[in-house]
Design a protein around this ligand. Structure first.
Ligand code: ZN
Length: 256
């Protein structure tokens, strides 16, 4: 009896720390606790390449993605394709991008889903580039449907920023003029077949390190021009040092 009481008391002390989902650390050096898995499909969305098991995120991100799927469906858009979110415990991927470590980042592909989206098809699906890199223009694949989806994705107040190719940002500026959410669309190379959504740190996640606010305004002027003139990618170039982020103390031993 005494032992049971002791065990119960121990659990009671331990549970509050573990019962809440939390994003810990920075987007590119962190981990997550009590992540939720995005179901393989739902109204207006499919998870692609799920064998990689990168479909775990913090509850606000999972809710965001499900809501975006619903909004896409209500707007008559095809289901969205959700690619990498994060691993169950977060931390750095063995390959691919550096962020996606705290369950607050998600990649959404810009191509429409295949006609018959069987699990097998969704696993081996190929990306479609929205940019014709030879002429440095948007390809014929980038249409109103893609513009509408990015606009829906950017309007959610939980979004800190969305990375898109500079040419896509330019197209969004043309289509949406002075829309206040345009500032959340951040030009970045390598985002021509998908866009990358990053949410703010959830309220109460005291160990989550926020990123600086995006600059005020739409970002459609000078800033975008500097990206468009940088066709060789000098802005983001630099020595690629081997990537081993220094993780926060709470993540050490928790992630691989
Ligand atoms: Zn990404």
């Amino acid at each position: 009896m005494v032992r049971w009481f002791g065990l119960g008391f121990g659990l009671w002390l331990w549970l509050p720390a573990m019962a809440w989902a939390q994003a810990i650390g920075g987007y590119a050096a962190g981990c997550q606790v009590n992540a939720r898995a995005l179901p393989a499909s739902g109204p207006g969305f499919y998870v692609i390449r799920s064998a990689r098991e990168r479909f775990y995120g913090q509850p606000p991100l999972i809710d965001y993605l499900q809501t975006l799927g619903l909004k896409a469906q209500q707007s008559g858009l095809p289901p969205i394709l959700v690619a990498d979110i994060a691993m169950e415990r977060g931390g750095p991927f063995a390959s691919g991008h550096r962020s996606h470590q705290t369950g607050l980042d998600a990649d959404i592909w810009l191509r429409p889903p295949p006609k018959h989206p069987s699990p097998h098809r969704l696993e081996g699906i190929r990306a479609v580039d929205m940019v014709d890199h030879r002429y440095y223009i948007l390809s014929r694949h980038f249409r109103d449907q893609q513009r509408q989806l990015i606009a829906l994705a950017a309007q959610d107040e939980r979004v800190s920023r969305i990375f898109v190719h500079p040419l896509i940002k330019k197209a969004m500026c043309r289509a949406y003029g002075e829309a206040p959410w345009l500032g959340r669309l951040r030009p970045w190379f390598g985002h021509s077949s998908h866009f990358h959504v990053r949410l703010h740190c959830p309220k109460g996640d005291t160990l989550c390190e926020p990123q600086s606010q995006v600059p005020a305004g739409t970002g459609c002027g000078q800033e975008l021009a500097s990206w468009l003139n940088d066709k060789a990618g000098a802005i983001t170039a630099g020595p690629r040092t081997p990537f081993r982020p220094l993780l926060p103390k709470s993540c050490v031993g928790w992630v691989r």
